[in-house]
Design a protein around this ligand. Structure first.
Ligand SMILES: *[C@@H]1O[C@H](CO)[C@@H](O)[C@H](O)[C@H]1NC(C)=O
Ligand SMILES: *[C@@H]1O[C@H](CO)[C@@H](O)[C@H](O)[C@H]1NC(C)=O
Length: 308
């Protein structure tokens, strides 16, 4: 099945690739990745989204069968199962997939005695015997992301995500996220996209980020803070020094320009500013890790997404 796919590929001009960490399954008409690191349901959903896919549901019998064979091949614990995209977080008792297909239209049945907690268990796991069970969305399970097959083209940034823009000055790619997230969520999103929170390695790269930021005026930024964007550095707890997500000090990374008075580790409601951001001038700023900011991801085109 997999071989046939590559034969087709070889004789075609378009490259039907998605990501290196996903495998194509002809029977499922798409690409699949099983995440062996368990996550809560919201994180599983978000991670699949950031990878350009969606949290898989047994939407038809072909996809269901492929999900089961992947679960067996990857040694998922039969007693645990995996998260599916089926949930009732919009309304207790109304179970449907993320795509809005009601559970009654899916080739699955409830495990004996399920659902057993309609008012407190709004997420649904899928067992390899084809049954489903309601669980608390905060519980962690392994999960499968699914991307329906379509003709995709790798861009210069070595991703199918065209929001990554190549910059001639650094030969790296950048993507600006307008919707504010906490530093930690932003880090997760950039990583899942196959990049990392932007690291400034030179004055030139600071200029690049300044230009990227300038494309998004205040009214296009969905955050309380519209003049700061989170990037890839932060303070380790119990140590008053700042490191990039690549483990270097700012000085070693090649850029450590703070405005006068910063970093000030401002304190509010038990929280000290210890996450890294830039202002529109590209000067560095320390911000609260629990607040949501727009953020900038960076991607090296040499590197293709292959998480874990
Ligand atoms: C399917 O597997 C689940 C998890 O191991 C179990 O709870 C359930 O009873 C099984 N259902 C059937 C019909 O075998
Ligand atoms: C589900 O029911 C619980 C308990 O009654 C309630 O707290 C919760 O808000 C409800 N959730 C939805 C999505 O309606």
């Amino acid at each position: 099945m997999y071989k046939t796919f590559f034969c087709v590929l070889a004789s075609s001009a378009l490259a039907f690739t998605f990501r290196e960490d996903y495998k194509h399954y002809e029977e499922a008409n798409g690409w699949i990745k099983l995440h062996k690191v368990p996550a809560n349901w919201q994180d599983a959903r978000l991670r699949c989204r950031a990878e350009g896919a969606s949290l898989a549901s047994p939407s038809n019998s072909n996809i269901r069968n492929v999900m089961i064979s992947v679960m067996i091949a990857e040694s998922v614990d039969p007693g645990l199962g995996i998260y599916s995209g089926i949930h009732s977080t919009f309304a207790n008792g109304s179970y449907s997939t993320i795509e809005g297909v009601p559970i009654s239209d899916l080739p699955v049945s409830w495990a004996t005695g399920q659902p057993d907690h309609v008012y407190t268990e709004n997420c649904v796991i899928f067992h390899m015997n084809g049954t489903v069970e309601d669980v608390q969305c905060s519980d962690a399970f392994e999960f499968i992301c699914y991307k329906k097959f379509e003709a995709l083209t790798m861009n210069k940034c070595n991703t199918v995500d065209n929001e990554y823009k190549w910059d001639v000055r650094t030969s790296h790619c950048y993507k600006f996220h307008r919707l504010g997230l906490t530093w930690s969520r932003a880090h997760m999103v950039c990583t899942a996209e196959g990049g990392y929170l932007a690291v400034i390695n030179s004055d030139t790269e600071a200029e690049v980020l300044k230009d990227v930021f300038a494309k998004y005026p205040k009214n296009q930024i969905f955050s309380t803070y519209q003049d700061s964007a989170v990037i890839g550095f932060r303070e380790w707890p119990e140590e008053r020094s700042w490191y990039t997500v690549h483990g270097q000090t700012l000085e070693d990374a090649g850029y450590d320009k703070w405005p006068t008075g910063q970093p000030d580790n401002a304190y509010l409601g038990g929280e000290t500013q210890s996450c890294g951001a830039i202002w529109r001038t590209a000067l560095l700023d320390d911000v609260w890790c629990n607040q949501q900011f727009a953020f900038i991801c960076e991607k090296d085109p040499q590197y293709s997404p292959n998480i874990y």
